[in-house]
Design a protein around this ligand. Sequence first.
Ligand SMILES: [Zn+2]
Length: 333
Amino acid sequence: MLLIKFPGVRDETSRPRALEFNRFAIKARDNSFVWKHTRMNTITQILLLLLGTFVAANLQPRLVVAETRVVIIVGPSSHPPGTHEVAAGGRLMKHCLETADDLPDVKVDLFNEWPTDQKVLDAASTIVFTGDTFPPNRLPNAKNTLKKLGQMMESGCGIVCVHYATGLRAEDVAADGEHPLLHWMGGYFATRCAHHQSIARIYPAAKITPAAAMHPIWQGCQPFTLHDEPYINNYFGKDGNKQAANVTLLASSLLPPENPKPETVSWCIERADSGRGFGIVMPHFYRSWKIEDLRRFILNGIAWTAKLEVPERGVHSTLPNLATFKPASVEPK
Ligand SMILES: [Zn+2]
């Protein structure tokens, strides 16, 4: 071992003197040098302590909670007061998601048109539509809107359609029923289409039960009965209207009452692009948002498509009086 001594610096064999010198030794060992600080005076100790405190305060990794961005698009609607109420429904969903007890930090961007700010769209974990039929087909520049939406889907963004927003008209789809929404969300409400006819009718008491009870979207929800317009005979594909392998039928209802059979009223998809879709054909009446299990089911679906972990007890939301969200009317007129 080679011991190097520097002028004014004592080696480790010398006797320590308080407050006099720092003592170092550099030792050559094999192919490397070893620095050893064998004794330091009080001033150096204080300086190092202050330096350490400063470094710890400034370099300590900060806990950053990633924000989940949800975009809600409210499309056109011409339904009478108390029904659809898509603008109020959009505000209601935004409130419930942003104030939910046990969801991580969720921020909702709410629009009554297709956003012009691409950054907002690119930051979205999921995009939620409400309106009379699928808003991208009803808003101006449908071709460009669908193209951008397709890019968002390819990057794994989720998609949700609520009630009539699940709907496509004959002019929206190809003769065989083809439309990208079928692949983004797994199915749609085919309204007045040549290839398939879904049915819209109001039932005084439709009971909604799980078709996939263990799915996270059902967490914290019980079956529920409502006076509403759950669409039936929804469209899932050319193969005898059978859903694709990556589609899960979530909820069903025995309808219509005079000739009941299990009708799918909510479904979801896990796409190859890693994105998720969720469709639900209720609520028609604005007042149906008061039904806690329906509301939680929809909020769970939005959270699931945003790839958030659905809380074990489901998304718990506080709901002020429905008039708070400024519908034309809470009750149908
Ligand atoms: Zn309706």
